[in-house]
Design a protein around this ligand. Structure first.
Ligand SMILES: [Zn+2]
Length: 273
């Protein structure tokens, strides 16, 4: 069984002491590839550096809506430069977060649109974040004709899901589905996601599956727990985990073109054995 964790925040401070162990554990648990989420230009640079350590790691380059207020004239050129690297497989995470509102809405929209345009310019898929921002988020995507993208960490309701599927987006499911209080609706909604649009992610170190026993130290989530999320999704769908693993891995490879990125990255390293 081979899985792809399409969203892990491995640059997070909680991973600093043992990131190599975390990655090794993920591999032992069948996570064949990990896409490391970038949330600012600086953080995206660290994600890229981390990804260069192994052929099975990739990165995104983007600015999370929380950080929109920190953006300036240098932001998009910095992301554009990072995105030239073959291991950077998507622009993001970018989007709107009207839940925490760490940045004013006009700033969030401005830099969301700027990153959508960058993705279109470079022909890269988008790694999208939306929280409490429906329907504005979908309106902007529709206006810019964004199709090649994933709505990461989907936790919304039916209407929001339908809007994304109508746009042709992929949908990322996290351990939220394992939460018997907040994620109950997802157990039903996940059945409405076409099987060629479904992706799996941990969003580590966040969103530790609530039903994981024993709970990890400091409740830190990590990519090695992805099979636990896979099993919850497979249960909801009434299908064998192996089947869902194969499908979601195929979907991740289709959207992010991981094989291409891996091999072209290897080709760029003339000294690699
Ligand atoms: Zn997010």
């Amino acid at each position: 069984m081979q899985l792809v964790d399409i969203g892990a925040n491995l640059t997070h401070a909680s991973f600093h002491p043992d990131v190599a162990d975390v990655i090794a554990r993920a591999r032992e648990h069948g996570v064949a590839q990990i896409i490391i989420t970038g949330t600012t230009p600086e953080d995206s640079r660290r994600a890229l550096q981390l990804s260069e350590a192994s052929d099975f790691l990739f990165a995104t380059a983007g600015v999370h809506p929380h950080h929109a207020r920190e953006c300036g004239p240098g932001t998009i050129p910095a992301l554009r430069e990072l995105a030239q690297h073959p291991r950077v497989v998507a622009i993001g995470e970018c989007g709107l977060d009207f839940n925490r509102n760490y940045s004013p809405h006009p700033d969030q929209e401005k830099w969301f649109v700027a990153q959508l345009e960058l993705g279109l310019e470079l022909g890269k898929p988008l790694f999208l974040h939306s929280r409490d921002a429906h329907p504005r988020f979908a309106e902007i995507l529709k206006h810019h004709r964004i199709k090649t993208a994933v709505a990461h960490c989907f936790t919304g309701e039916r209407e929001e899901l339908k809007a994304y599927l109508d746009l042709g987006l992929y949908v990322g499911i996290t351990g939220w589905i394992c939460d018997e209080r907040r994620g109950k609706h997802l157990v039903e909604l996940v059945r409405e996601i076409p099987r060629d649009r479904l992706l799996l992610e941990t969003d580590a170190p966040y969103l530790t599956p609530r039903d994981l026993k024993p709970q990890p130290k400091a409740r830190r989530n990590e990519p090695a727990f992805l099979p636990h999320i896979l099993r919850a999704v497979a249960r909801a769908l009434g299908r064998p985990p192996e089947e869902i693993a194969a499908e979601t891995t195929r979907n991740a490879n289709t959207l992010f073109r991981l094989h291409e990125s891996g091999s072209s990255a290897a080709a760029q390293r003339p000294l690699a054995a």
